[in-house]
Design a protein around this ligand. Structure first.
Ligand SMILES: *Cc1c(COP(=O)(O)O)cnc(C)c1O
Length: 424
C-alpha cells in the first residue's frame, strides 16, 4: 500500500483542521451594548448631525482614522458599496476609462460601469498577482480617469509607484484593499497610499462583522462626497458648495451593531493577522526548497497579511497535474483550491458588452472589446499554476502548520505515484 492518503495511506494531518473563530466575548458584549441602547442605527438621510450616523459608527470611523493615521474614514455596508461610492466620488463620467486588474473579485471591475466608466483590463505581474505598473503606464490613454489597484491576497500592489504615476498624469489611484488590512508597503498601510482605499468587513475576510466596509482618504472633499453617496446625498448637497454630479445617494449605511462589532475586530486585528502570518511563515519556510512549488513572494519592504497563501505549481517540473497534486494534498488533510476567480473580462457582461439598459450602455461609448485572452499572465496563473490555502478560515496552530508542511513534503516526495491518477 502507498503511504499517500489519496492511495489509501494514513493522512499527514492527523485531525481535521478546525475553523478559526475571531468572534468572541468582546463582540458579544459590544452587540449587547447596542441592543441595550435601543438604537440600532443613528442615521438620517437629511441635513444635521444624524447625517453622519450614530455613536458606534462614528467611534469606529475615528478609531480607524487613528490607527491608520489618515484624516477620513467613511464606513459603508460593504466594500462593494465602498467601490461604487469611490467611483462616484472621483467623478467617473460616461466614457471615462478606469484601469483594473483581471484577477480580483467582480465588484472591483463592475464598479466603474455604474457611472458609465469603461473598465480597461491590465495584466498582473506573476510574483504577487497584483496589477503590473509597466503595463498600467502603457495603458493610460487620454480618456483614463483612474487606476484601481487591488492588494490581492493581502500583499500590496506597487502602490507608491502607481500613486506617483497617477499624480504625474493627473488621474486617481483607488485601492481595493478588501483583502489587505495591515498589509503595507514601506511602512505605509495598504489602503492609505491611493486617493481612496476601500476595506471589506465581510464574513470571509481577516477581520469582519458579517458585512461591512470602510473607505479611507486624506482628501476632505472626497470624504464629503463619499458621505453624500452613502446616505441620500440628494437631500444634503449644498447648491453653492457641492459638485452635484454623481451625488445621487444610496443607502450604504452601516448599522450600529455592525459598527460595534467592527470596532472590536479593529482592536484585535493585529492579533488575528499576526497569528495567520505566523502559520504562513511556518508553511513557507518549511516548503520553500521544493522544486515546482513556489511559495508566496513578499516584495522587500512589504507586509503580506496572508489572506490567501497562494502557491504557484509548475506541472512540468512536478511531472503531475495541478489537479491531482491538489487532490492528493486535500486527502492528506490540507484544504486547498486550484485557481482563484476567473479573469474577470470573461464575465458574460463584458464578453457581450451589455451592462445597463438595452442599448449596451456604457459599452456603446467605446470600441474596446473583451474577447479572447486579454491578460495572458492572469490566464496562465489561474488555469495552470495557482493553488490556494485560505488562511483566515482555519485555526492553524504551530503544530498544525508543521503537519501541513509534512503533508506538502510527503505529496511532493511521492508525486511519482500520482502519475497514474493523472488523466490529463
Ligand atoms: C471581498 C472583496 C470585495 C467585496 O467585499 P464586500 O465587502 O463583500 O462587498 C471586493 N474586492 C475584493 C478584492 C474582495 O476580496
Amino acid at each position: 500500500m502507498s503511504e499517500l492518503a489519496i492511495l489509501g495511506g494514513p493522512s499527514a494531518v492527523r485531525r481535521p483542521i478546525g475553523a478559526y473563530r475571531s468572534i468572541g466575548d468582546d463582540e458579544r458584549a459590544a452587540v449587547d451594548r447596542v441592543l441595550r441602547s435601543g438604537c440600532l442605527s443613528g442615521f438620517y438621510g437629511s441635513p444635521g448631525p444624524e447625517f453622519f450616523g450614530g455613536e458606534e459608527v462614528q467611534r469606529l470611523e475615528r478609531e480607524w482614522e487613528r490607527r491608520y493615521g489618515i484624516a477620513h474614514a467613511v464606513s459603508v455596508n460593504s466594500a462593494t458599496s465602498g467601490l461604487f461610492a469611490a467611483m462616484a466620488a472621483i467623478g467617473i463620467s460616461p466614457g471615462d476609462e478606469v484601469i483594473v486588474p483581471p484577477y480580483t473579485m467582480s465588484a472591483t471591475v463592475v464598479a466603474p460601469l455604474l457611472y458609465g466608466g469603461i473598465p480597461v483590463f491590465v495584466d498582473i505581474e506573476p510574483r504577487t498577482f497584483c496589477i503590473d505598473p509597466d503595463l498600467v503606464e502603457a495603458a493610460i490613454s487620454p480618456r483614463t480617469k483612474a487606476i484601481v489597484a487591488v492588494n490581492l491576497f493581502g500583499h500590496p500592489a506597487e502602490l507608491e509607484r502607481l500613486r506617483n504615476l497617477a499624480d504625474e498624469r493627473g488621474i486617481f489611484l483607488i485601492e481595493d484593499s478588501a483583502q489587505a488590512p495591515l498589509g503595507a508597503e514601506n511602512g505605509r498601510p495598504c489602503g492609505t497610499v491611493g486617493h481612496i482605499g476601500v476595506f471589506s468587513l465581510n464574513y470571509h475576510k481577516h477581520i469582519h462583522s458579517g458585512e461591512g466596509g470602510i473607505c479611507v482618504t486624506s482628501d476632505a472633499k472626497l470624504a464629503r462626497r463619499l458621505q453624500l453617496v452613502r446616505n441620500h446625498g440628494e437631500n444634503v448637497v449644498a447648491e453653492e458648495n457641492d459638485d452635484l454630479s454623481n451625488m445621487i445617494g444610496f443607502n450604504y449605511r452601516m448599522s450600529e451593531i455592525h459598527a460595534a462589532i467592527s470596532s472590536v475586530q479593529l482592536d484585535n486585528a493585529e492579533r488575528h493577522v499576526s497569528l495567520r502570518e505566523r502559520a504562513a511563515a511556518i508553511l513557507a519556510d518549511g516548503t520553500r526548497d521544493l522544486e515546482g512549488w513556489t511559495v508566496p513572494h513578499v516584495r522587500p519592504g512589504c507586509r503580506h497579511n496572508y489572506y490567501m497563501f497562494t502557491v504557484r505549481l509548475d506541472d512540468e517540473v512536478l511531472g503531475v497535474s495541478r489537479g491531482t497534486f491538489s487532490r492528493a494534498l486535500a486527502a492528506e488533510g490540507f484544504p486547498n483550491e486550484v485557481g482563484y476567480v476567473q479573469p474577470q473580462y470573461r464575465l458574460p457582461m463584458f464578453r457581450k458588452r451589455k451592462a445597463i439598459g438595452k442599448d449596451n450602455w456604457p459599452f456603446s461609448l467605446t470600441d474596446r472589446k473583451y474577447d479572447g485572452v486579454l491578460c495572458p499572465v492572469a490566464e496562465r496563473l489561474h488555469e495552470r499554476e495557482v493553488l490556494q490555502f485560505q488562511v483566515p478560515s482555519w485555526d492553524v496552530s504551530d503544530d498544525v502548520a508543521a503537519e501541513l508542511v509534512a503533508a506538502v513534503r510527503k505529496v511532493h516526495r511521492k508525486r511519482g505515484e500520482l502519475k497514474r491518477l493523472d488523466n490529463r
